[in-house]
Ligand binder design. Structure first.
Ligand SMILES: Cc1cc2nc3c(=O)[nH]c(=O)nc-3n(C[C@H](O)[C@H](O)[C@H](O)COP(=O)(O)OP(=O)(O)OC[C@H]3O[C@@H](n4cnc5c(N)ncnc54)[C@H](O)[C@@H]3O)c2cc1C
Length: 446
């Protein structure tokens, strides 16, 4: 790693999450000089594996599951010899009483309508090119659509659990067209969440960073960017490292920062008004993940709890250690959407206590088995400020196609720019797209 404080690269990448790391790695593979500036003291951004648990067990505070069509993640795992595994022995439960027949029927009716809409999406790779009738539905929330169908009241608990678990928001904040577009984009036969990294998700960004550095790439950690200036022949980036100012120059920049952070930096010239407006349309998904390690895996002895709490802010509980050996085990508690916003005012201790209070209804003696616990609020993380994007009404058809555009010498990457909405695959795909665009600009076709 170079220690010069005034570097010039072909491309500087802002942010060493998966989007930035993959873009940097691809450009370096093509022999361009690349520097990466990362605010944290580690790579991976929202990929965060907890490795301080007892008995050498680990568990995820960020991403964990990989769909069968996340081909970039799967290919990189193969390239870096990282083992992915399916979940033959998976234990998970919703800590609310089972839903009745009426709710199930409402749920099916809603999805039948969504599948019918998905079949009408003309271009699944560019769903913003849609006839007026579909465009209009991008301004309709999941709740409003369910109300129109007359299935909201019966199905509300199921709709809420779905959006809290999958979209980190509530049905009022999610565009129904974006749900249909996602169905069309995925197509049939995709298995959701089938794979996990056996040794922890953080192995992926670490492997990418190692490969980038081995190719001679320049990675600077603990180097938060404050300002970015475009000049006639390039980009100048103002950061800090070890308390000292650090100025980096490059022909192009790939901005791979989470979208809530973008508007807090200084951009010279300022972002175009259309970008500022489009960024405001992006929905900040809220998630708090809580991990509790127990001496024994008592849930295995009684997979179906005897009782459920009346009401819980936790929408899912599952075992995080089913691929790991040992007598102890870790349960993962998911709090998403409005519940996560409410919990943001609680201390970490109070959040852990709330998880145990819910679990105690299901497993009365669980508290005595606790060895360790950690709760992480992604909204409070200064370098993320949200968990992942949800497509609020208007985002997909109005904002997303604009936000994917470069602005001068700035190209943009990040999971919020992909149709793999809020997934690691989306981060990689956006990084690949930005890297190819910069490559074309640096080496114009003959
Ligand atoms: C709780 C949770 C659960 C998830 N579950 C899944 C899942 O099961 N499967 C899945 O595929 N995805 C999941 N995701 C989504 C996945 O984590 C993201 O899609 C992906 O990691 C985003 O990568 P990124 O590079 O776009 O952004 P980030 O990882 O956020 O990277 C951006 C980088 O920019 C850095 N940065 C910020 N500000 C500055 C600055 N001023 N200067 C320099 N650097 C800066 C950040 O520190 C960070 O490293 C989950 C996310 C969360 C939070």
């Amino acid at each position: 790693m170079s220690d010069s404080h005034n570097q010039r690269y072909d491309c500087v990448v802002l942010g060493a999450g998966l989007a930035g790391l993959y873009a940097a790695y691809l450009l370096r593979q093509s022999n361009f000089s690349v520097g990466v500036l990362e605010a944290r003291e580690r790579v991976g951004g929202r990929v965060l594996t907890l490795r301080t648990l007892a008995h050498q067990q680990h568990a995820e505070l960020g991403p964990e599951f990989i769909d069968s069509n996340h081909h970039r993640v799967i290919r990189l795992a193969e390239r870096f010899n990282l083992t992915l595994s399916t979940r033959p022995d998976f234990w998970g439960v919703s800590p609310s009483p089972p839903f009745g027949r009426k709710a199930q029927r409402a749920w099916r009716q809603f999805w039948n309508e969504v599948y019918a809409l998905a079949a009408q999406v003309p271009d699944r790779h560019a769903p913003w090119h849609a006839p007026e009738s579909l465009h209009m539905l991008d301004c309709v929330s999941m709740r409003a659509f369910a109300e129109r169908l007359g299935v909201w009241t019966a199905g509300e608990p199921l709709f809420r659990r779905y959006t809290q678990n999958m979209e980190a928001t509530e049905p009022e904040n999610l565009s129904v067209y974006s749900i249909a577009a996602q169905e069309a984009f995925y197509g049939k036969g995709v298995h959701a969440g089938v794979y996990r990294f056996v040794d922890g998700t953080d192995r992926l960004p670490r492997a990418l960073a190692d490969a980038f550095c081995a190719l001679g790439g320049d990675l600077r950690l603990s180097a938060p960017v404050d300002a970015v200036e475009q000049t006639p022949d390039g980009v100048r980036v103002y950061a800090r490292q070890a308390g000292k100012p650090l100025t980096v120059q490059a022909s192009y920049a790939i901005v791979a920062l989470p979208f809530p952070v973008l508007t807090q930096l200084e951009w010279r010239p300022a972002f175009a008004p259309w970008r500022v407006d489009a960024l405001q349309c992006a929905g900040k998904g809220a998630v708090i993940r809580t991990l509790v390690q127990f001496r024994r895996r008592f849930w295995r002895e009684e997979p179906f709890p005897r009782a459920y709490p009346d009401r819980a802010d936790i929408s899912a509980i599952w075992e995080a250690t089913d691929l790991q050996a040992g007598e102890s085990g870790v349960l993962s508690f998911w709090t998403g959407g409005d519940a996560a916003r409410r919990w943001a005012s609680l201390s970490e201790h109070a959040r852990i206590d709330e998880c145990l209070r819910v679990l105690e209804v299901m497993y009365p003696d669980c508290r005595a088995q606790v060895i360790a616990a950690r709760s992480y609020d992604w909204q409070a993380d200064p370098f993320a400020q949200h968990a992942y994007i949800h497509h609020a009404p208007g985002y997909l058809t109005e904002a997303l196609p604009l936000l994917r555009q470069p602005e001068g010498r700035l190209h943009f990457a990040g999971d919020y720019l992909s149709l793999f909405v809020g997934y690691m695959e989306g981060a990689l795909e956006s990084g690949e797209r930005a890297a190819h665009a910069v490559q074309d600009a640096l080496r114009p076709p003959a």
